[in-house]
Unconditional design. Structure first.
Lengths: 471, 471
């Protein structure tokens, strides 16, 4: 029996069916609405994520569980009934964490809770000890005279107020070490890039600029940053001792794991959805980004379970090594850059469990009526219409930059950066209603994209991203 | 100028002033109301706690900061203008934490976040490895046949639902190791005794029963317990490896630090308030129990600042070593047990920052009208009247048990066990409005108790606590 919502939907569809062949047929719209209503009551994404976090756990690129994660993804895609499952190699420099401790040694000795930033060098075995010099953000450090920094440990105390702050605040994480080196400092420690007030430091990648000394770089929890700021506010020199064991150890090879539901009419064109399989090592990568992998795997499976045969193929990618520099995303691009026109649409899920708040597109104008149809079918899931400059997620950003039609399914990230890159990113934080809405939206989006009677414009040269605004 | 509340209060007081001399005078009641109104807008308790957590930090009994905490308390009491400040020695067996790591080794290898329970022995250097056997609570373990446990690591998976559960759930922490030993198990690991869902293990004291092997004992975070329970639910044997470095190292001596505001009429009788100065080592002991120390120090200071001269003395005790077995409380009792009748009233604050919800007493019937007066003055702070079986807190429990008049100022503990005994017990969790209400209530209570025209019954033999209900 059709639900009231479906009947209302059906009325809309029949209105559309009078239109030209630049929109989905009434039959496809009805199928999309039925898929939506079936998918929203499913629990598969929750179950897949339970499996990944329980049976694999932390999945740092090149780390002890990387190969087990790849094996898990292959087995899961096969078990879910994908038509083809394969993997493509991704090779990268291997980083090892090692030990990480820090303490204030004067004037108020007490231990701190810290973690090394990813890719940071270690300290000498006996650690590094120095007076802290505090800056409110990276810009203050950049603007400071070198003699304020020389011989000291820089403390970048930039507090992240909400999830929209990430780009701005993580600049201190990425570049703090080199900016400290430029002024003769000896190490850097940042306030964690995170919105929580728990005693978890947040890790995350940093990088060294060429031709500058490589300094050890760590993050302390927000609670610790508050503590250290209070110490410094008393006006006496505050001394930190920090020992890090991070190091590079040759290279590692992991894999982008790919599952395909093969299309019935245009099997060589495909809708690309996915998440990244790697995580940082501190938690079990539930919201970052086991969720994205589970959401997109289940989205494709729900289409199949509903008995639908998409015209184009639907590919789910579980990307290798996003965390250390979008390396899996680049590898996929390099392997497929001569066939970008075959990537009909791209959308990665990498900001947690959802729900999805808005559907943004990045398509040619001729395809906007189809986008509008998607938005109408998704409206009952509380998905709003977005703009036409959608971002397809970190690993797929390189596809958009190279003219691939993209979709940005905006996730509710209000608590994402509470957990991001911490030990606290674990499965118990996942709420079925949230992740299952997200999976249902991905299912409807992927199905409707696959059925579109028009091209979204990939590889036509018509899709040129606007320049990013300066920060 | 008197506030409206004060005028209303004054009206009540004058009604009382017609009564006999078994209640406080109208003048004293007016002073109590003025104290309440001045104290509720103060911020001293918040400032004292900021000082303790920032300048001393973690304060494990016998640990590296114990002596610095004692020096801080002496200096702070002097700076606050107490008439006398002294310390009384407290000697106890010294426990050292050492390393603590654990991992699931099969079938799903991944690290766990654990901590040793306080007073636990360590494992051999290479750790202890064994199959986990799960029990839903201590009673299930006690009731289990020995062959289910023999050679295994016991996992007590007792989830604490709310702050009223503590006594029941912590039985597994206290006695799990010995009950495991009784059945031939090799180690015990419990779900943390805590109400949070973050990845912090909660430490806390355990003890060994005589004539049984002493087994290593640890706690895992609630997130880890969820994870391990999910692994076990899959039905295959789950193997844990755990390495603990805990050990006893001779004895240590710390001090109960005491400050007295000396009474004007009965200086040898005193109202005893306080908290415990020691904390566990993982956090900085903000809610447990820096708050209690700060609240009661500031309560006495606010009485003085208000220009009030209490008839009896008010003593603030910052107790040594509550955490490892109420050792400071016992030491105070032993040193003063021949003068219990001089302890006019006793009330310790040791369940966080408040606010205070109710005032319970444990006094002779003749003193109940004074208690009623206290409750009336405190009503504008949203303090309810309680019963006459009040508990004066852990260190003062021994005083009540020996016939000392006691007060139980019930704190709002709804989030206390989120933080209790974890790294997350830090100053940034303190809300000024909550702790300052608590300090204001302690100030009013202490002042009114000191002014009481009647004895509350300490040392008269009339105060006999009812037997505790069996759990």
């Amino acid at each position: 029996m059709l639900s009231k919502t479906s009947l209302l939907g059906a009325a809309i569809f029949f209105a559309f069916s009078a239109q030209a062949a630049d929109t989905l047929s009434a039959q496809d719209l009805q199928a999309a609405a039925a898929l939506r209503d079936a998918a929203r009551t499913g629990n598969l994404s929750y179950q897949i994520l339970e499996s990944l976090t329980t049976e694999v756990g932390p999945r740092m690129a090149g780390g002890p569980n990387d190969a087990r994660a790849v094996a898990w993804a292959e087995a899961k895609l096969k078990a879910l009934g994908f038509d083809k499952v394969w993997k493509e190699p991704v090779t990268f420099p291997k980083w090892v964490r090692g030990e990480e401790t820090a303490e204030i040694t004067a004037p108020f000795p007490q231990p701190l809770h810290i973690t090394s930033l990813g890719m940071s060098v270690g300290t000498p075995k006996e650690g590094v000890t120095g007076e802290l010099v505090r800056f409110a953000n990276l810009k203050e450090l950049v603007d400071a005279p070198a003699d304020k920094v020389r011989g000291k440990i820089v403390f970048i105390d930039h507090k992240m107020e909400n999830d929209h702050d990430y780009g701005k605040v993580q600049a201190g994480r990425s570049n703090g070490a080199s900016e400290t080196a430029r002024k003769g400092g000896i190490a850097v420690i940042i306030r964690s890039v995170g919105t929580d007030s728990h005693r978890f430091p947040h890790t995350g990648a940093m990088r060294y600029q060429p031709n500058l000394p490589q300094l050890p770089a760590a993050a302390m929890s927000n609670s610790d940053a508050d503590l250290v700021a209070r110490m410094i506010a008393r006006g006496k020199p505050v001394t930190l001792k920090m020992t890090l064991g991070g190091r590079m150890e040759g290279t590692a090879t992991s894999y982008n794991v790919i599952g395909e539901m093969t299309g019935s009419e245009k099997p060589d064109e495909y809708v690309l959805i996915g998440g990244h399989l790697d995580s940082w090592d501190l938690g079990t990568g539930a919201v970052d980004d086991g969720a994205g992998v589970a959401i997109t795997m289940s989205a494709a499976e729900m289409i199949k379970r509903q008995g639908l045969k998409p015209k184009r193929s639907i590919r789910v990618i579980a990307y290798a090594n996003e965390e250390q520099g979008l390396i899996g995303g680049r590898a996929y691009y390099e392997a497929h850059k001569n066939e970008l026109q075959k990537i009909h649409a791209a959308a990665e899920s990498d900001e947690g469990q959802g729900p999805i708040l808005a559907l943004n597109s990045f398509v040619v104008p001729a395809a906007l009526p189809v986008v509008k149809q998607m938005q109408e079918v998704l409206a009952p899931l509380n998905v709003k219409a977005g703009d036409n400059n959608g971002n397809p997620g970190p690993d797929m950003g390189i596809l958009k930059a190279n003219g691939v039609a993209s979709f940005g399914l905006t996730l509710d990230g209000h608590d994402y950066f509470d957990l991001h890159h911490t030990p606290d990113d674990t499965f118990d934080k996942i709420e079925p209603a949230r992740i299952n809405q997200t999976a249902a939206v991905y299912a409807v989006f992927a199905w409707m994209a696959a059925q579109s009677p028009v091209s979204f414009g990939s590889g036509t040269g018509q899709l040129v991203p606007p320049p990013r605004p300066a920060r």
